[in-house]
Design a protein around this ligand. Sequence first.
Ligand code: GTP
Ligand code: MG
Length: 605
Amino acid sequence: MQKIKNIAVIAHVDHGKTTLVDQLLQQSGTYADHQEVQERAMDSNDIEKERGITILSKNTAITYGDHKINIIDTPGHADFGGEVERVLKMVDGVLLLVDAQEGVMPQTKFVLKKAIGFGLIPVVVINKIDKDGSDPERVLDEVFDLLVALDANEDQLEFPVLYAAARDGYAKWEMEDESKDMIPLFDAIIEKVPYPVGSPENDTQAQVFTLDSDNFVGRIGITRIFNGKVKKGDEYLLVKADGSKTKSRISKLIGFKGLDRIEISEAEAGDIVAIAGFSDIDVGDSICDKSNPVALDPMHVEEPTLSVIMSVNNGPLAGQEGKHVTSNKIQERLEKEMETNIAMRMEPMGDASFKVSGRGELQIGILAENMRREGFEFMLARPEVVTKEENGVKMEPFEHLVVDVPEEFQGVAIEKLGKRKANMTLLTPMPDGTIRLEFEIPARGLIGFRNEFLTDTKGEGIMNHSYLEYRAYTGVVVSRTPGALVSMDDGEAVAFSIFNLQSRGVMFISPQEKVYSGMVIGESARPGDLDVNPLKGKALTNMRTSGTDEAVKLVTPRKITLESAMEWIEEDELIEITPESVRIRKKSLDANERKRNARNKKNSK
Ligand SMILES: Nc1nc2c(ncn2[C@@H]2O[C@H](COP(=O)(O)OP(=O)(O)OP(=O)(O)O)[C@@H](O)[C@H]2O)c(=O)[nH]1
Ligand SMILES: [Mg+2]
């Protein structure tokens, strides 16, 4: 029987997980000499590469001595916490990375809490010790305190610790040791991570934790085998969470080796393999012996906390840029997404709109971004938190928030967060002179906060948050104060009028951009919306000559991105998303109707 170790690499966002996996791949000699190794090789999809973040967890396998090590790289961003949760069930150990300067951050807590809950003993890797301002000793104390706070047992409190610079390719047991290679970390994995339990002699039991697809064989389930064997060509029962069973033959069995996938004929308890042949295979399903099917516990993933209404684009520019624009197409696409993405939900709302729920704005934003790249066109409304009722009490999600600010901005950060119903739990002066403030805040209070925070701290503040728990609803939370500059006409924006409007606020559009009545073309400097005309104006030729462009000095417009728009918009606004554009508009395009609505709202208060 092969000696196997199964580990997941977990951490807060950007603490160096994918970079560490690069080095483990490289230094285990898994690559052939001629193979060119890309930086952050596991971040293989387009959006991951562009943004430098991991979105989907992915697995690889390396050989170290006589061991096979299956490694799952997980995403660190809080919105993808659901991915991490289900991966942890598949492994026997975790590498917990913590940035030697930043220390324990919100998502460090979230993932470690889950790992402790599964009874795993973390191998703690204090990473980026090369950084100026790194303070491994302090960070180690923080990790220890966190484990105590999480009620870790004695074995878990005796976690092994290594110091590393993943980017530079070394890990070591003591800070004083020579910085050489990853061998100490390989050894730690072999020594400290337990072998898989379960036996190849038992009846087969395996569970799917990720889905993949292949044009030739269809749906593929990436699966951890807990007991028995799986053989290509043999029949097994697929047992779903609801207990339903279907019998099928494994048409293809795929093993992992570095970044390659290889066809294999058999695999046994302890290993992680990809299985094809079950057309309706899903995350959480069990693959069992056909005569003695004993399903594994279905997977628990925490419920979505944020939802947004997605609807068919019905604006005046609808259908001009997108390929898929109908509600049928959108529904089909969303249904496909929900099959693989178990942390998300979708509910048709009638009238060509759908409620899409997930863990946060980024998760929903990435889905929307993928859709627009595939040629979809649609609208999104303002994200709303998912509330629920417990014993007759309305509950809402709370987040754990950490902000790091230069001392002079401490006051404004505390004041603004206070208005958003945040409760400060900790204030720590950091060695680099900044202040770390920790809060518990209703998730609602965070919607649209990032923008304001960056402005208030002149771009120097850093904020991080992750899901905490549901608590009693806290009442009204303030949102955006500045109003919108709203176009009152259809056509192409004129430089001269944009020039004149600049004093009213921050523009979102450039000359010649298509606009329509009811479209938001800028942020007003004052509260309250303002209807303006971006089409009016002298023709450019009337301006001073010799480089007309210079004569009309236009400030660069603020670029509207999908995510910045999700943060910015109010209840009565929508984001229009097409493969080419992201526009913000009023829900009601008619100025008179908007006035009426505003009046009614005021009266009803
Ligand atoms: N100085 C320094 N930088 C590092 C080190 N390891 C990684 N980085 C950098 O940290 C950044 C984030 O690295 P990633 O490996 O993408 O981090 P990650 O934890 O996988 O991030 P997510 O998957 O998005 O959560 C990159 O710019 C790396 O080059 C290190 O040891 N020292
Ligand atoms: Mg990563």
